[in-house]
Design a protein around this ligand. Structure first.
Ligand code: ADP
Ligand code: ZN
Length: 728
């Protein structure tokens, strides 16, 4: 008899507890089993197994519990290999998340430990020729002749009916076989592209990295926009797969980086698997199975692809390493680079963090020698970086020019349109206008569930909450005083689109933001249109800043650079620098020289000055001074503790209690707060935050674990976030 320790996901079960079930047969840990849990039938994950010489009755007598037998074993093999099994433990420890949450996050939907779904393997029937024998009818004979010539095709490809094929099979001349097939979402781009010879700078980088080919080392590849980082990744990947190893290539969000996906697909075709959330569940599962079956050598994917079940990894790349999407914002709240480095250590392979604007954390590690720094300071073919002009909007106001675009920017757009060149415009705010304000009583319309204003969306005539997805019909009557003087304040991409269209009547404009790209496949379609020059202006939010390469774009305009500068977050300067530098980098990537205009109310701010001169190093130095003064990362680590719940007083009291507890336990740690979180109410929860500034991590984990345990059974919810990226 065996006793199985089973993890379950169930609201009434403490998440990290295992439950004992019996089995007459050995079940490998890591497989899923069907069990009865209370009155329900659910799926659990076998965490461990013990052999016992006792009978069910003896066990029950000793413990006083009732034991149940498992009902069925679902998997033939463990879901995770040994490396990933260990990684799930590491992940759970590092993020203080339940094992079950970690397993759920590491596996595709069909294999999630608590999933009830069927595996959804797709089959197709194939026809296989066996022998030439005389058949009953002439029609069958003709069909057999055809099959002999066109053997092993899928059933649908034969020009005769299923009845005929079945009859031939019965007589023993052919065989109809069921085969597993994969749904391949990228079948259409199978063109294998030529490789560029590397420039001497690229060669140097490739050479440096290949020196570390058989041991773990983290490289920071700092290359300006258009310096050919992608080509470096492709060359290294070619080398790695030629040596029978595999490559893990991570990108911020696949939907936003179709060009990187294409580059790999075109170079390596079927050897590449793509993992991301916009694939259907079936497609994702198939890609996963292709990886497990070792049918692919390269995996390109967004954050969660860092858990791809590749074996024998020879290279891990994180492109645009500074990007906030590499931090998962739901449990387990992990940082992708941390997981990637862990896997690099396991596989003894190099890990590359690439960016034109590295995070301060990474760059400071590189300067300290913890990472190996490689720089590509020039664009390919000595193409110049675009010239950047800062437009002082205060001056514009002084001259009573209140339009959303200054005159110079309008002239520049006019000029590019006349030359049949293309323009990209950035406004980092979606919707039509930011909020509605009553001119009579001055109140603004807010979300009933969150402490934020509702954004007006003109297309749907609605007011939407960008945090909880609440939406209501747009009203022009004040809900407070019933006055009729509601005014739209602030400008979003929808309103700018209207404005630009009115200024440039013949311009073909594509708006590219969360609202215009929500349907599957629309991202790619819009970008393709723009690439084929079926549009003149691409107007978008920060989504247009990343990884796009359009040779005909010679002008980039930033409509309001100050939006992200004014966010109360210690990374506001860094984010603004990254965004502006990235979006500027979209201009002049082809033969024609590009230029950039940035509208701002703070033209003298050092961030804007550094952007203007493409001076990452200066920015790094200045910003590091500020971080040191205020004692923020990279001078310490942050842990954010969010305390939330429906009862405002309980939340506030718990926050104070936690602070007292932490101060006692961690006397070497500076604790900020409790303070109301930036969005005090979200989804009907009140939110208080404590922020820990940590230099050494002694004691930290056990102390936080005890706090978590205490609050697991309470109405107030406590969430620890290590290396937090958003603290709204
Ligand atoms: P980054 O990723 O650094 O912004 P890319 O990899 O997109 O830059 O390269 C910019 C452009 O230069 C692309 O069109 C790419 O095809 C081209 N390119 C890259 N390497 C070379 C090379 N060695 N020779 C010629 N063209 C190259
Ligand atoms: Zn809301």
């Amino acid at each position: 008899m065996y006793i199985l320790k089973v993890l379950v996901e169930h609201p009434i079960a403490r998440l990290d507890m295992t439950f004992d079930y019996l089995s007459n047969h050995y079940v490998e840990p890591g497989c899923r089993v069907k069990i009865r849990f209370g009155h329900q039938h659910i799926v659990g994950y076998v965490d461990d197994i013990e052999e016992s010489m006792k009978t069910k009755e003896q066990l029950e007598k000793e413990s006083g519990f009732t034991y149940h037998f498992i009902q069925d074993v679902i998997d033939e093999k463990p879901l995770l290999n040994q490396e990933l099994e260990e990684l799930s433990h590491f992940l759970s420890k590092q993020t203080l998340s339940p094992r079950m949450a970690c397993l759920q996050c590491m596996l595709p939907p069909q294999l999630k430990p608590a999933s009830q779904k069927h595996t959804g393997i797709k089959y197709e029937r194939y026809v296989h020729f066996i022998q030439d024998i005389p058949l009953k009818t002439a029609k069958q004979q003709a069909a057999l002749e055809y099959i002999k010539k066109h053997d092993d095709l899928s059933l649908n490809n034969y020009p005769f009916s299923l009845t005929i094929l079945n009859n031939i099979e019965k007589q023993g001349a052919i065989e109809i076989i069921k085969k597993e097939v994969y749904r391949d979402p990228y079948l259409h781009d199978e063109i294998i592209e030529k490789e560029y010879p590397l420039t001497p700078q690229q060669q140097r980088v490739v050479h440096d990295i290949l020196n570390a080919y058989d041991h773990y080392e983290t490289f920071l590849l700092h290359g300006v926009t258009g310096s050919g980082k992608t080509e470096v990744y492709l060359h290294l990947s070619r080398f790695v797969i030629a040596h029978q190893k595999t490559v893990l290539m991570l990108v911020p969000e696949i939907a936003l980086t179709p060009m990187m996906v294409q580059a790999f697909k075109r170079r390596f075709g079927k050897e590449v698997a793509i993992l991301h959330s916009k694939l259907s569940e079936g497609e994702r599962y198939d890609e996963y199975r292709r990886i497990v079956a070792k049918d692919v050598k390269i995996v390109v994917g967004a954050r969660s692809a860092v858990f791809a079940p590749l074996e024998n990894i020879g290279l891990i790349i994180i492109d645009e390493e500074h990007d906030a999407s590499y931090k998962q914002e739901s449990p387990p709240r992990y940082l992708t680079s941390q997981i990637a480095r862990k896997r690099g250590q396991y596989h003894h392979c190099p890990v590359i963090l690439g960016s034109a604007t590295p995070s301060l954390e990474s760059y400071s590690r590189a300067l300290k020698g913890i990472y190996h720094l490689c720089e590509l300071p020039e664009r390919i073919n000595q193409n110049e970086l675009p010239e950047i002009e800062l437009i002082d909007m205060v001056e514009e106001m002084k001259h009573r020019r209140y339009g959303p675009l200054c005159q110079k920017m309008e002239e520049a757009i006019e000029d590019r349109l006349a030359k049949k060149e293309q323009v990209m415009l950035l406004l980092n705010k979606r919707g039509y206008s930011t909020f509605l304000k009553c001119q009579d009583c001055q109140s603004v319309i807010k979300c009933p569930h969150c402490d934020v204003t509702l954004t007006y969306h003109k297309e749907s005539q609605s007011l939407k909450c960008h945090y909880c997805h609440y939406s209501q019909e747009a009203t022009m009557i004040c809900p407070q005083c019933h006055g009729h003087h509601m005014k739209m304040i602030g400008t979003g991409t929808q309103k700018i689109e209207e404005y630009i269209q009115s200024r440039f009547l013949n311009a073909r404009i594509i708006r590219y933001d969360v609202d215009s790209t929500s349907r599957k496949g629309v991202h790619e379609k819009l970008l393709e249109q723009f690439e084929n020059q079926e549009a003149d202006i691409l107007l978008g939010t920060q989504m247009i800043a990343k990884g796009l390469h359009f040779e005909n774009v010679t002008f980039v305009g930033v409509i309001n650079a100050d939006i992200s500068l004014n966010i109360p977050d210690f990374r506001a300067n860094e984010r603004t620098f990254q965004l502006l530098e990235q979006v500027s980098g979209r201009s002049g990537r082809g033969k024609k020289k590009g230029s950039v205009m940035i509208q701002t109310y703070n033209p003298d701010h050092f961030v804007l000055q550094c952007v203007q001169h493409h001076d990452y190093h200066k920015f790094y130095q200045e910003e590091m001074k500020l971080r040191q003064l205020a004692h923020y990362p990279p001078y310490c680590y942050l842990v954010s503790i969010l305390i939330q719940g429906k009862n405002e007083n309980e939340v506030a009291q718990s926050a104070r209690d936690i602070k007292v507890y932490l101060q006692k336990q961690l006397n070497h740690v500076a604790i900020l707060g409790p303070a109301p979180s930036m969005i005090y109410k979200l989804n009907d929860d009140y939110r208080q935050r404590l922020t820990l500034k940590i230099v050494e991590t002694k004691n930290l984990y056990p102390v936080l674990e005890r706090m978590n345990d205490f609050y697991k059974k309470r109405k107030v919810n406590v969430i620890c976030d290590f290396h937090p990226y958003t603290m709204i």
